[in-house]
Design a protein around this ligand. Sequence first.
Ligand code: SF4
Length: 273
Amino acid sequence: MAVASLEIYKILPGSNCGDCRHPTCLSFVNDLVFRGKKPDLCPHLSPADRRKINDLVRAGSPRKLESYGQVMFHPLETAIKRVQPLNFSYLSAVMNEGSVYHANDNSITLPFLNTKLTVTKEKTVDAAGDPLPPGFQTAVYNYLATVEKIHPENQWVSFKELPGAVFLSSYFVNNVEGLVSAQFATRPEQLVAAARSLGGNILDDPAISPADVKISFFVVPKITVRLLFWDGTEEDNLPAVATFLFNTGIYRLDLESLTYLVEELVKRMIATL
Ligand code: SF4
């Protein structure tokens, strides 16, 4: 019987504060469900919520994890609350890489791919001044709340190798990477053109990977992702395969937000077709 991972996740505070020694609440769920850890390790739970989690872990549940896009995000209000105590001027300096602080309205201009977002403590808008969808804004605020702890390293791993990826990896493989391989199969030139239109750099170093197309995308300051694409072959009946690689230093950003940002990148590439 599947354990009620999702129900447990919804009870946790969602602040990804790291006090339980996990980078995110989602990775803490993993330990609660599969490694017998106790909810007491999260100091931000009420006794009643601890009891509820213990009951869920003990009882298990036939419910499966629902689809990510509908349920995995904590509400935007929670993400906005996380940034209220933060100093935007300082954060902008920490991010650097094209980020600009505006003292007049306490806002940050935040580069995202080849465009710019404007972030205040109330809302995030795109370059045209239109508010971003709630999920996108949630990802941006979660990113701002953790950016100080993101320290890029020289190691690249797939999504499923990131800490706590167990619940989202099949979603990511099927719905994000799968979308790239389905849409760009037999047309690697369009993939290159789409990537370039979003500011992606085409990598040609074979030491990185033997993939047919290798692209590096600046997503937001401190977060660069790589996309490897192998086109399918008819003779061998091999399908096209796309894999994103992430820098190990970004693990403090919660995986839901990371997934949202990469999905947005994929959506924008597909929109160029
Ligand atoms: S589960 Fe861990 S990361 Fe989430 S709020 Fe509790 S202590 Fe913080």
